[in-house]
Design a protein around this ligand. Sequence first.
Ligand code: SF4
Ligand code: SF4
Length: 410
Amino acid sequence: MTEEEDYDHIMGVLREERITPYNEDELETVLSIGHCINCGLCLQHCPVVAGVGVERFSGPRSIAVELSRSPPEFWATGDKVFLCTGCGTCREVCPKNVEVPEIVNMIRARIFEHRPDLVPQELHSVDKTLLEHGLAFAPWEDLEDKAESRDMRLERLNLPFYPNRVKERAEVLFYPGCQAEERAQEVREAGKVVLEAFDVDYTLLGDFNCCGLPAILLGDDKTARELAKHLKEKVGALGTKKIVTTCAGCTSNLSYLSERDGWDIPVYHTLEYLIEEIGIESLTEKLTQSEDTQSVTVHSPCHLIRHMSRQLAEYAAQIIEAMPNAEYTESNLHDSCCGGGGMVGYHSPDVAQGVVEENLRAIERTGVSRVVAPCPLCTAHIEEMLFRTGSSVEVDDLTVFIAQRLPKKE
Ligand code: SF4
Ligand code: SF4
């Protein structure tokens, strides 16, 4: 046998045994579990364990350990591994830098490849939408209906509509993400209002596609790579120098892709762009009075504060403190997951609810009239959960909250 035939033979045997060998990066991630000193900190801080108990979700360390076992035991995590919200708390508290959230994604990818029957059916539906439309949600069938829904939302929020700009060589690509593109259209428009207020030279994508994060989370690595490849081509063709997004998940995934795939473009969440590129003084000068004084707390998305930087929570507070007629109150659980992460809410809404409950109680305890979140997915999730509990606290996306306090262009 030649070396090549040898390799094909071995790969064939591994395929039959439903084993995919790790590449170098994956191996480094998997081996991080070998440093575990069994301190239990991850278990103590995991919001899923706190929300539904260790009987339902055995916890970060035990999930990660499954990877070093034989395939039959490895598949046995199927009923638990899809319950992780990917919040990143375990990695943050781990004294030995065990990369549990990355290991979870790897287990999901192996299960998706070899045992798709173990992937929750609801996630297969999302995957089908991603494959058919390149979006995490089915697009509107009628574009006139879509525009009508957008205009109704804008009217209710007293936000203007600015025509969509698509042009080459703009300084900034504004990338709203699937949720704002297809569902929370007010967030997409609010992002434009913010950029217009500071005369930023920006463009949108002529043909939007998902960044691939939902595909990574459900385990379909092939589709995730395809979506990332399409996006890279589109961004390259436009020739923009920066990317700005209003979604926490898109911020962290696009930053990761930019580094992994050599896009060589910095990615900013709107909050970062306002503080780091526009500057708090320029923002403060433009912020206008709202009609009433609002008492506000912030929900900080996991994808911003743990997958990017804790500084983003400070940026959010800084911006609210700069607003006339807004009083900022910190929630003592401002960094707890909204329950919507890891696509858990799609197939196990009871787990998502268990995860967010403590967070909701902390929001209520602040006594504020409003909670804002710099992510349309967190906003939608917290809004739904607060509504179910009969709470009177109102919920807004933070980009919308900012845009409402910026001057409208003629
Ligand atoms: S990423 Fe979050 S939900 Fe998942 S195991 Fe770690 S702490 Fe638990
Ligand atoms: S926090 Fe890290 S070292 Fe401690 S048990 Fe969890 S994985 Fe192991």
